[in-house]
Design a protein around this ligand. Structure first.
Ligand code: PHE
Length: 353
């Protein structure tokens, strides 16, 4: 066997034996690299006589071709094998049952907001939203709370250095809706609100839902019917009794605070009847000045508004007693009080899911 034939068969054997891309690269460098055995042979061509070169040239070049094509074939084969191995490990059996854990849950606040949206949608209310960073005018002035008004101090407002503030209630959404939409208006506005206050029943951030109706000929009777229908639907009881008490809010006239009757059974509050009373809502007829502030004529348009705490409604309905736990993100609490993502509240199925 000539030296060339021997080198060829040895190199091809080494290529065949290489079982990783790294090993193959080592073989390639040993043959075709700068100091490689085949490269060394190619370099000898320059020093040859023309006759010798004519004889050896094709042989040496043939050797180089054979080696480099064997290397690229082997490389393709190794890469294909690698890809197949990876695909095999990444295979997903779509017919396997879903794992039992981890499983998320719907927070009671989100659940209650969904329930409220469902109840009010049935009465023809749309959902409206507004910014949590508000200006003084929307949060106070337009709602008939001028700068010197004591109600501003009552709100424990968080202010930004530029004079903006974190909204203290969802009532500014009343203003934004009246400014941007033509009456008749029927909206609810659920969302986060902020007050500098913290104990077992107050957190600096909490949730409210606002309701607003603006139309012609609206009176207190419409307000009472709406709240009754809402609370009966929400607590899923027909024996919900409301008590309307005269009250004061700068943006409603007259203003009405709404109590709901309950009884205490085994230390828990159970809604229904009229044994004891608990305040659940602030409401009233929208003050004509507020309607005028939004560019509407209060001689033509009247309406009512109400606002209530979503977290408190959730506590009442689902029996939690510490508001702070709502925002701790404790998984055990969330598993216990959370709702299945697939239990979408519907009126026909009972909004409590
Ligand atoms: N914005 C009032 C509050 O936060 C509630 C309210 C809303 C009262 C609408 C009347 C009408 O206490």
């Amino acid at each position: 066997m000539t030296d060339l034939a021997k080198l060829e068969s040895e190199t091809l054997a080494a290529i065949a034996a290489a079982d990783t891309l790294d090993a193959l690269e080592t073989v390639r460098i040993a043959a075709l690299g700068k100091q490689g055995s085949v490269s060394a042979l190619l370099k000898t061509l320059g020093a040859m006589s023309p006759e010798e070169r004519q004889e050896k040239g094709p042989l040496i070049n043939g050797l180089r071709e054979a080696v480099s094509s064997a290397i690229s074939q082997k490389k393709a084969a190794l890469e294909a094998a690698l890809l197949n191995a990876r695909l095999a490990t990444e295979r997903l059996d779509m017919s396997l049952p879903a794992p039992e854990t981890p499983q998320g849950s719907v927070h009671p606040v989100s659940q209650v907001m969904d329930e409220l949206a469902e109840i009010f949608a049935d009465m023809g209310f749309a959902v409206a939203t507004g910014p949590e960073i508000e200006d003084d005018w929307h949060n106070f002035t337009a709602l008939n709370i001028p700068e010197t008004h004591p109600a501003r101090a009552m709100h424990d407002t968080f202010y930004f250095p530029d004079g903006k503030l974190l909204r203290t209630h969802t009532s500014p959404v009343q203003i934004r809706t009246m400014m941007n939409e033509e009456p008749p208006i029927r909206i609810i506005a659920p969302g986060r609100v902020y007050r500098s206050d913290s104990d077992a029943t107050h957190t600096p951030m909490f949730h409210q839902i606002e309701g607003l109706v603006i139309d012609k000929g609206i009176h207190l009777g419409h307000l009472k019917w709406t709240l009754e229908t809402f609370l009966k639907g929400f607590f899923e009881r027909d024996d919900v009794v409301l008590r309307l008490r005269p009250s004061y809010f700068p943006f409603t006239e007259p203003s009405v605070e709404v109590d709901v009757g309950y009884s205490e059974i085994n230390g828990k509050r159970v809604i229904g009847g009229s044994e004891k009373w608990m305040e659940v809502l602030g409401s009233g007829m929208v003050h004509p000045r507020v309607i005028a502030n939004c560019g509407l004529d209060p001689e033509i348009w009247q309406g009512f508004a109400f606002g209530t705490g979503v977290d408190r409604l959730a506590m009442l309905k689902y029996g939690m007693d510490d508001l702070r736990a709502f925002f701790d993100g404790d998984l055990r609490w969330l598993r216990h009080y959370g709702f299945s993502a697939l239990d979408v509240p519907t009126l026909s199925g009972g909004v409590g899911a």
